[in-house]
Each structure stands twice: as C-alpha cells, then as structure tokens.
Ligand binder design. Structure first.
Ligand SMILES: Cc1cc2nc3c(=O)[nH]c(=O)nc-3n(C[C@H](O)[C@H](O)[C@H](O)COP(=O)(O)O)c2cc1C
Length: 303
C-alpha cells in the first residue's frame, strides 16, 4: 500500500488531491456522487465579506481544450459561510479550506480575522482579485502589493495560510517569493489565465463580462512550467493546479515540484473526478514502487 498523506506546513492531508475553489461549491451538490471524506481537502467557493450575486450570464463558455468563466465571485458572504456552510463542510470528514477574495486589503484582513475564530482548517487567499484602492490592478500582479496584503492577513491569523497566485504576471517566481517573504505557509498556483471568446456572427464576446478566466487542459503546460519555476525559487510547499484531468496529470504536477494538487474544471465534466484522480495516482505510485506519494515532489530531471 502506498502512503498517500502529504504535509503542507502544519497541515497533514490524507492524500494530495484537493477540490479547487469555485468548482465544488461547498460540497453540498457533490456529496451525491462522492464520499467526500476520501478527498485530501476541499477549498470553498471564493468568499467576500458581503454576499455577491456574481456577473450576468453568459458566465461560462467552452473553448478548445478549456473553459472560459467570469462567474464574478457569486457567494453568500462570509457571515452566512461561517453560520451555515462551514459547519456542514466540517462534518464531511476532510480538511476544509476557506478561499477568500477580498477587493481591498481591509476586506481580506477582516475576513482572515473572522475565520481565525472558527474551526476552519486553513485559509487560501486568492490574489487574482482587483484591489479597488489600487486602480483595480489584481493584488497578485505586483510583488510589493502581495507582500503588503499577505503580511497584513498573516498578522491576523494563526491558521495555515495558502496564497493563491495569478498566472497573469511576467514572473510567477517573483510573486511566490513575495508571498513566502510575507509569511505564507504555501502557495497555490495557478488561477485562471485571462482570455476572450468571440461569437463571430454577433461580433460580440461570448461572455457578458467580455473577458474571463481560462481553465482546463488548455492551460496545463503553462501551469506545469509555472509550478516548476516556483519550485526552484521558494522553500515553502506548492499546491499545483491547472488542467489536471487524471492521475497522470497529478503525478506530473508533483514531479514539477507540487506537494499537493487541486482538481478544478474536471469536476464540471465528471463529478467523481477528484476521487478518480486519487485512485489513479495511487495506482501509478504502486506500479512504480513508490512507498510514499510525497516522494514524487520535485523529481523532474531537466535536460
Ligand atoms: C467556474 C470556475 C469558478 C472558479 N472560481 C474560483 C474562485 O472562486 N476562487 C479561486 O481562487 N479560484 C476559482 N477558480 C479557479 C480554479 O480554482 C483553478 O485555479 C483553475 O480553474 C485552474 O484549475 P483547473 O484547470 O483544474 O480548473 C474557478 C474556476 C472555474 C472553472
């Protein structure tokens, strides 16, 4: 039997497969197809202080090998999450991570402070969001802005803090270094890549928001390259994602340097995707005589 557990700072996950934020809700709908206690962890839908209805439809569009979305952070708000969704999620028997996506430094700090007083297992700080006080530039697009927001959040919580990076930057390693310097326990990457889908006949963008975030198999090579870049730059663990559809993909992310992985878009194609990835990764490790799945991390041998 392969030991599937992995260590991310102080958190031990029973296996390296985590349901990615925004593709698993709060787990309620997914429990009819899955034994959710078998997952390594679940990341909640991105949370804001106040409830949000999200963007007008159409909010998703299929593209070649990928999915373009602009859901716009539809969520019930932090108070309702803490009162209703978190107790449900904590009853599932797996590690529960709250993904937060404030639109200002103060909003992120306030959410971290409130979550610190709950029994949530960790916080994933999504830095793809626009910082309204900085001309709506994404928090994650500048190293000084990352240092500022991560330090401020770090000061307010003892919980494990994962910083989720946007790939829409020139140097992802520089951004990861900033998160590490500011006290992150791990970095998660990648979030979606900015894209545009066009309806040629109407000559309009397909999405009502015009642009959206690209995910799915189309982004996997970009994500792998970024995980590898970051692995060679920082010392804290990496949670890798971007187009993981099966166990082979999951092992590839670990070879590139990920300690754990997240499965996102694949959940929208098959609701048992996370479970299937765990089974598949375990089978590969068994065939390759790996006693522990964690041994794969960083084994990539560059030419
Ligand atoms: C419909 C949809 C909604 C998403 N919502 C969030 C979100 O609320 N917060 C977040 O950090 N990432 C969000 N993401 C990004 C995913 O968590 C993940 O980083 C990205 O999709 C890449 O992984 P994948 O190719 O396996 O989907 C969303 C992705 C999709 C497809």
């Amino acid at each position: 039997m392969v030991n599937l557990s992995v260590q991310i700072g102080a958190l031990t996950l029973k296996n390296p497969v985590i349901a990615a934020s925004g593709t698993f809700g709060f787990g309620r709908e997914m429990q009819q197809w899955n034994e959710l206690s078998e997952l390594g962890a679940i990341c909640s839908k991105g949370l804001t202080l106040n409830p949000r209805l999200g963007n007008d439809p159409p909010r998703v569009a299929e593209t070649t090998g990928g999915l373009l979305n602009s859901v716009g952070l539809q969520n019930p708000g932090l108070e309702a999450f803490i009162a209703t969704e978190l107790p449900f999620m904590k009853s599932l028997g797996t590690t529960i991570i709250a993904n937060i996506a404030g639109h200002s430094l103060a909003e992120n700090v306030a959410m971290a402070e409130q979550l610190d007083a709950t029994d949530v297992d960790g916080i994933e700080l999504n830095l793809s969001c626009p910082n309204v006080s900085q001309g709506c530039m994404a928090f994650g697009s500048s190293a000084p802005m990352i240092e500022e927001v991560v330090s401020a959040v770090r000061a307010k919580t003892q919980k494990p803090l994962w910083v989720k990076l946007t790939p829409n930057v020139t140097s992802i390693a520089e951004m990861a270094l900033a998160a590490e310097a500011a006290g992150a326990d791990a970095v998660s990457l990648i979030n979606t890549l900015l894209g545009l889908a066009i309806d040629r006949k109407s000559r309009r963008p397909v999405l009502r928001n015009n642009t959206g975030g690209l995910s799915g198999p189309a982004i996997k090579p970009v994500a792998l390259r970024m995980v590898w870049d970051v692995y060679r730059a920082i010392r804290i663990p990496i949670i890798g994602m971007g187009g993981i559809m099966n166990g082979e993909d999951g092992i590839e992310f670990m070879l590139a340097g990920a300690t754990a992985i997240q499965v996102g878009t694949a959940n929208l194609i098959s609701p048992t995707a996370c479970h299937d990835v765990i089974t598949n990764m375990s089978a590969i490790a068994q065939t390759e005589n790996m006693a522990q799945i964690s041994q794969y991390t960083g084994l990539l041998q560059p030419w």
